[in-house]
Design a protein around this ligand. Structure first.
Ligand code: C2E
Ligand code: MG
Ligand code: MG
Ligand code: MG
Length: 283
């Protein structure tokens, strides 16, 4: 009986595995046509400065919906895009779209800039800095108004390539942020060798900060490290008032999270942001 049970378990496991594999293959095939079919759209989440209580930047986050699979999260499709080489085209699309959509918001003074996420392969794409510069010009956005977020893992995967690309972007005036800070294994020396403006503390350390189970010690030291290096520090995944209070007490510069706003479609973001900025001005 036990042997039979084990056998069943093995079969179930294999079936699950196959299903996962089938899904990956299916998604990979669809990803090829996703740009052409205009299945991507951007949502926008505010990055708020704590001292001024103003939305400074907005992060553009990619969404993909297919008739076959419904909504697919970026945590699932970005790695597939990396593997298939589609990421190059996708990143360019996101840079272009984010700048196009945010340009009037920046021109109107609603926000100062827009942030876009990069993937590991983007940092070995030697033509990316040139593309970015061309799009900035085309949309009439100052390079100081673009933040590119690169995860600590991405940087550490090929430190030399990352450093080269990041320096070229920095020379143009683009700002750079280390995303998901604390989840990679960069040393301080490595971090200091990169032209970075901001570190973004990963949400896994921020989530439960308020109830005492979160990593207050890690958050505190990340903020100290950032400040000692002359960087701005932002905490992502801020969901509760208690977490916010702790981050303020620890002198964190900026926050981002559901407590303020979920990532929103462009129109909803403009409405939310206009109201938020006005309320802060009146307060
Ligand atoms: P990320 O850049 O670290 O973005 C933060 C993620 O946390 C986003 O998930 C956001 O929706 C979510 N988030 C924001 N506030 C909260 C909160 O208070 N609580 C919780 N639990 N989550 C919160 P999303 O949009 O699913 O994106 C996941 C990841 O996929 C991103 O992590 C980023 O690494 C990647 N990604 C998203 N869009 C793009 C893109 O256009 N290009 C590339 N290369 N990567 C992207
Ligand atoms: Mg990010
Ligand atoms: Mg992050
Ligand atoms: Mg992340």
């Amino acid at each position: 009986y036990e042997a039979k049970q084990q056998h069943v378990r093995v079969l179930v496991y294999r079936a699950g595995d196959d299903e996962h594999h089938l899904r990956q293959v299916g998604l990979m095939g669809l990803l090829r046509y996703a740009l052409e079919l205009q299945q991507f759209r951007l949502v926008f989440q505010p990055k708020i400065d704590l001292a001024s209580r103003r939305v400074v930047h907005v992060e553009a986050l990619l969404r993909w919906t297919t008739p076959e699979y419904g909504d697919v999260t970026p945590d699932e499709f970005i790695p597939l895009a990396e593997r298939s080489g589609m990421i190059r085209a996708i990143t360019r699309h996101v840079v272009d779209e984010a700048l196009r959509q945010a340009a009037p918001w920046i021109a109107d003074g609603l926000i100062e800039g827009v942030a876009v996420n990069l993937s590991p392969m983007d940092l070995v794409d030697g033509d990316l800095p040139e593309y970015v510069s061309q799009r900035l010009q085309m949309h009439g956005v100052s390079s100081r108004s673009l933040v590119l977020e690169v995860t600590e893992h991405t940087v550490m995967r090929d430190l030399e390539a990352a450093r080269t690309t990041m320096h070229r972007l920095r020379e143009q005036g683009v700002r750079l942020s280390i995303d998901d800070f604390g989840t990679g294994h960069s040393s301080l020396a490595q971090l200091r060798s990169l032209p970075v403006d901001e570190i973004k503390i990963d949400k896994s350390f921020v989530a439960d900060l308020g109830d005492g189970s979160g990593d207050a010690v890690i958050v505190r030291s990340a903020i100290e490290i950032g400040h000692n290096m002359g960087l701005k520090v932002i905490a992502e995944g801020v969901e509760g008032q208690a977490s916010l209070a702790i981050l303020e007490a620890l002198n964190c510069d900026m926050v981002q999270g559901y407590l303020f706003s979920r990532p929103l479609p462009p129109d909803a973001f403009v409405d939310w942001c206009t109201r938020f900025q006005r309320e802060q001005a009146d307060a």
